[in-house]
Write a protein that binds this ligand. Sequence first.
Ligand code: NAP
Length: 453
Amino acid sequence: MLKLAIVGSGPSGFYVAEALLKSGSVEVNMLERLPVPYGLVRYGVAPDHPKLKLPALAFARTAALPGFRFIGGVTVGRDMSVGELREAYHGIVFCGGAETDRELGVPGEGLPGSHAATEFVGWYNGHPDYLERRFDLTQECVVIIGHGNVAADVCRILAKPVDDLRQTDIAEHALDALAESRVREIHLVGRRGPAQVKFTDKELRELGEISQASVSVEPGCLDLNPASVAEVNDPREQAAGWNMQLLREFAARSSADARRRIFLRFLESPRELYGTDHLEGVVLEKNILDGPPFGQTARGTGRLLRLDCGLLFRSVGYMGVAIPGVPFDARRGIIPNAQGRVLHDGQALAGIYCAGWIKRGPSGIIGTNRADAIETAAHLLSDFTSRDDLPAKPGASALLPLLASRGLRCTDFQDWLKVDAAEIARGAAVGKPREKFVRIKDVFDSISDQAAA
Ligand code: NAP
C-alpha cells in the first residue's frame, strides 16, 4: 500500500488528497499544525463571503473517503523532522500555503499602528496566532497599501456597519472592537494605475455597495496612457475593462452623507511611514507607468506627498515559509519545483512534492488550487506506477506513537466534527452560522467535554 503524507490541510491539501484517494489504493495522512482543518477557508476567507467557505463541505466528503486520516496539532519541522516523516511514508506533499506577508521595505514600517493585512485577517477570522493583536480603531484615517482582493477584504471589514457583520462567523472579539471603531476614511493606495488593479470585479463592485459608505475616485485619475488603453481594450483580458467601467461609475458618484468614505488612489508608492512613538502618516511618491501593455511597472517621479493616518495595513502579497529540511526559494517564497516535484539543485527529490501557493506563489482563487493539486497528484502517482518492489512503510502506526512520546496531543477528523458541531451550536445561540473557538485550549476542552458527555 502506498502511504503518503500531506502537510497542510487548506484547499490545496484537500484537493491533493481527493485526487490521490480517487486513484485507488493509497493511504493519505494529512498533517496540520493547528488542531482543526481547512487553513485558508477557515482563517483567510472574509466572514462576509460565506459562499467562498462552501468548499469545506467537499473537503469533509474527501475526509470520509477510505484511506484518509487527519492528524491535527503537529508542526512538521518542529515536532518532527522531515527525515522522520520520510522514514514513515513513501511520499510527502507539502501544501503549507503562504503563511506570512510581504514587507514594503520602507523606513518606519515597524511603527506601532503599521500592520500586515494578514494579521488583521487572522484576527477577525479568529486564528489562534493572531488573537492577541490589537488594532487602533480609534483612528479616523486608515491607509491600505495594495489593490488586491485581500486589501478589498480588509477595507470592507473596516467600512461595513458592524450590524452588517453580526450575522457572519467573524470572531466575537473582532465584532466587539469594530463596534467601537471611529474609522471615517479608508485610503486604498495602488502603486500602478486603474487599469492594473488586481481586484476581481466582484470585489471591486462590493466596495461600492457598502451601506452608509461612499467610494470616491478622482475623475482625473482615470485618464489612461496608451499602453493602459491597449490593456483595457484587449479582448483576451476583459477584467481590466470591467474594472474601469466600475471605477468610472464610482467617479461619477457623490459621497455626501456617507458615514465612512473609501478613497481609491492610484500611481502612489509608500516611501516612508512617519511618527514618533506611533504611526502618524505615510509619505507617498507619485508614479508614472513605464513599459509595454501588460508589462508596465511603476516608476517614481520624485514628487512626494504626505497622507496623515494613524493606522496602516500593507496588503502587498503573501509569502511561503521555509520548513527545515525542505528546499526553499526565499526570494519567491516558494518551494522550488517542476510541476509539483520538489527540486534540489535542479534535480527532483525522490518522494517529495508540493502543491498550492507554496508551489506557485499566492495567486488565483480557491478553485485554482484544484487543477494545481491534480497536476501534483498526477506526477506523484506516475512516479509510483510500479509498486511491486516498494519497501513497506509504517505510516501512522509509527508516526502517532512518536508524536505521543513527545507529549503532543493530536486530533483526528472525528474530533474536528465535534468541534464543528459545537461551534455551529454556539453560533446558532447568537444568530451566527458559527462561533469559532479562538483558543487552542478551548478547542481541546470542547473535544474533551463531548467525549465525557
Ligand atoms: P495580489 O492580488 O497579488 O495584490 C497585491 C497588490 O499589492 C497589488 O496591487 C500589487 O501591485 C501591490 N504591491 C505589491 N508589492 C507592492 C509594493 N512593494 N508597494 C506597493 N504595492 C505593492 O495579492 P493579495 O491581495 O494578497 O491576494 C492574494 C491572492 O488571493 C490573489 O490571487 C487574490 O485574488 C486571492 N484572494 C481572493 C479573494 C476572493 O476570491 N474573494 C479574497 C482574497 C484574496 P502590482 O500589481 O503593481 O504588483
